[in-house]
Design a protein around this ligand. Structure first.
Ligand SMILES: [Zn+2]
Length: 641
């Protein structure tokens, strides 16, 4: 071509092929039984829905969730990457969980596909990306750039680069923001790199984790929630293919594979694998809210610019019905939760619901919902309350306190006030002065609904930090109880040989060498009581815990800063911190223990009164020996100290 002709040819705008045409003429399959062959849409016609969505300017985001080992990365990563870099000659930002994965992704997955295409000529011969190793970007000889970004890259660093196209892989693995959550999560930060382009395109793929997972949210909740429907070869009615339709004789794995069929959800005819492959040849794309009537999709597009498509192992011609039945059989018979989970997520492309984890997990929204409909407000003691408990947790430089009201018959409770007090001098005396200030707050008391004033009957201070100083202060403040938390995650062990008192599973009181009594509170259990009671939904239930309508976000965060993590059998749990500050939860767990102590005390004093009455009546019969236990709960004098 002469230079003039070349010049002329450049004046004609380049007309890009469709992604579908491009894939069939330029992309060879990198692995699997058809390795080395050109991509062929006839093999799995539903692939065209993905390509069409990526080409269609209507959709700003395209999220694909599909089974593993069924060509998902070829469809949602390799082909679009080649298309955008070499057919449209656009820069591409490639998001992944960590930068450590970037060179592996490039060397093992992306570069071989390019090397195997006519675009090998554009691969850089020197510099980053030519030999692997640590790198963040590749510049191709056609001028297009491929830049990797991962979670942990600073927002500032990221913001110096942008691209019209952002491809992201395994997004559920880096969807949480570091630190206190004030910065956006990494997935959103990387997506924003395309914001400057009116015709931006964000393509995401991932295996499903759970309903809160980013890919499920992007594709199915916020996105178009699109599914693939196929027609039954027998009754011609359309349906999506799901786990419920897979039937087999479960006698053993071989029998399961031999007898595997797909049962039509309309006519109940059983398809064999060839019936299924035939049905897959003519798929329909059905968005959320749409239906198929007489073979035609009807209904409006969902009001979103995000295309999200889910498909599962039954939509993939790469795996036979027999093999799927064999895998399902294995998942059905195993006791291993991980195996069942893998089948649901990696083959059926469905979010895994961990019944054990969900059954008693308290979240901020649940507390907020309770607060919204609540008659209680901070600063006022409800008239149903019998007692107040007061807990304090000393930190370096300040302390948290929290007051709770309890009814000792129903054990219903509510937080009355919470807050912090600063330590004004950086000395041991400063700690003691701070505690005295806290004591003043407690002794001032709180107004009840009927206008009286109520002061706490049980005041506790955590001795986990600076016990030496707190012990000194306790000597002159005998109405206070020193406490320590004991449990699986805690280093503190019970000290003091003499056990004075015990409520099983809640608290053990032991006399220390210095003569003081310390309460050792079993916080694993008492925290569970706090969460379980907040999870009670009906105010009619005993133990119900109210949430005042004016609690703030900080308190909600403290209370939900830990969650229970169960062993695989779901029998035992340990507490796992999800946020750093959990002090109001800790103090709530002390207050629960305090309420048990006060209830015991109330019961004993009631019993004693009844016995006294009885004794007075029976005085005439002469004296009898009292074998009453728990003298420790004498109503006279100071009780625990
Ligand atoms: Zn049918």
């Amino acid at each position: 071509m002469g230079s003039l002709a070349l010049f002329a040819s450049r004046l004609v705008p380049k007309i890009s092929r469709t992604m579908h045409e491009f894939a069939e003429t330029e992309v060879k399959l990198p692995k699997g039984p058809r390795r080395g062959l050109y991509f062929d849409l006839d093999f799995a016609p539903f692939n065209k829905f993905i390509f069409d969505a990526m080409m269609d300017p209507y959709w700003r985001k395209v999220s694909i969730l599909g089974p593993t080992q069924n060509g998902k990365s070829l469809l949602a990563t390799n082909i679009p990457l080649l298309y955008y870099l070499f057919e449209e000659e656009e820069d591409v930002i490639f998001g992944l969980p960590t930068m450590d994965l970037a060179s592996g992704m490039w060397v093992e997955k992306l570069r071989p596909v390019i090397e195997d295409s006519q675009y090998a000529q554009y691969l850089p011969t020197k510099g980053a990306g030519s030999r692997g190793g640590k790198f963040t970007a590749v510049q191709f000889k056609n001028g297009a750039n491929l830049r990797f970004m991962a979670a942990g890259g600073s927002a500032e660093q990221m913001s110096s680069h942008s691209a019209k196209v952002v491809l992201m892989t395994e997004i559920d693995k880096y969807d949480t923001s570091a630190g206190d959550g004030s910065e956006a999560d990494p997935v959103s930060l990387i997506q924003m790199r395309a914001d400057a382009f009116e015709d931006s395109k964000i393509v995401m793929e991932c295996t499903v984790t759970n309903e809160q997972g980013r890919i499920w949210q992007e594709a199915m909740v916020q996105g178009s929630g699109s599914e693939i429907y196929v027609a039954c070869p027998y009754c011609k009615k359309h349906q999506t293919l799901e786990r419920e339709g897979l039937v087999f004789d479960a006698a053993d794995q071989v029998t399961a594979e031999k007898t595997a069929r797909y049962q039509c959800s309309h006519c109940e005819e059983k398809w064999d694998n060839n019936d299924r492959l035939e049905a897959l040849q003519d798929p329909l794309l059905v968005h959320k809210g749409q239906v198929v009537e007489n073979g035609v999709v009807t209904g409006d597009l969902p009001p979103t610019k995000a295309f999200g498509m889910r498909y599962n192992v039954l939509h993939s011609p790469m795996q036979s019905l027999a093999k799927t039945a064999g895998q399902q059989w294995e998942a059905d018979v195993t006791d291993l939760k991980e195996k069942k989970k893998a089948m649901i997520q990696s083959k059926w492309s469905l979010p895994y619901v961990d019944e054990d984890a969900v059954r008693d997990q308290l979240n901020m929204q649940a507390l907020r919902n309770k607060a919204d409909g609540s008659d209680c407000q901070l600063g006022t003691v409800p008239d149903w309350a019998d007692v107040l408990t007061f807990g304090t947790d000393v930190q370096k430089g300040y302390c948290y306190f929290k007051v709770e009201a309890y009814n000792l018959t129903t054990m219903k409770s509510v937080v009355v006030e919470y807050g912090t007090v600063d330590q004004r001098q950086d000395t041991d005396v400063g700690i003691m002065n701070m505690l005295s200030e806290v004591n003043d707050i407690a002794m001032e008391g709180w107004p009840t609904e009927s206008g009286e004033t109520m002061v706490p009957e049980c005041k506790m201070v955590d001795c986990g930090y600076r016990y030496d100083v707190i012990a000194l202060w306790l000597q002159t403040n005998p109405s206070w109880y020193g406490i320590k938390g004991v449990g699986k995650g805690l280093r503190s062990k019970m000290t003091g040989k003499k056990e004075v008192y015990k409520i099983d599973g809640i608290v053990t009181v032991r006399q220390q060498d210095n003569g003081q009594k310390l309460w050792f509170i079993e916080v694993d259990n008492t925290k569970a009581l706090v969460h379980d009671r907040y999870l009670l939904q009906s105010e009619e239930l005993d133990y119900y815990r109210y949430v005042p309508r004016d609690v703030d976000i900080g308190w909600l965060k403290h209370i939900t800063a830990e969650e229970r993590e169960y062993d695989p059998l779901g029998e035992t749990f340990k507490w796992k911190k999800t946020r750093r500050r959990n002090d109001y939860l800790d103090i709530a767990s002390y207050n629960v223990a305090g309420s048990y102590i006060l209830r015991e005390k109330a019961n004993r004093s009631k019993k004693r009164n009844e016995q006294q009455v009885k004794k007075n009546h029976e005085a005439i019969k002469g004296p009898r020996k009292s074998k009453e236990q728990g003298k420790w709960f004498s109503d006279r004098g100071s009780k625990l100290n």
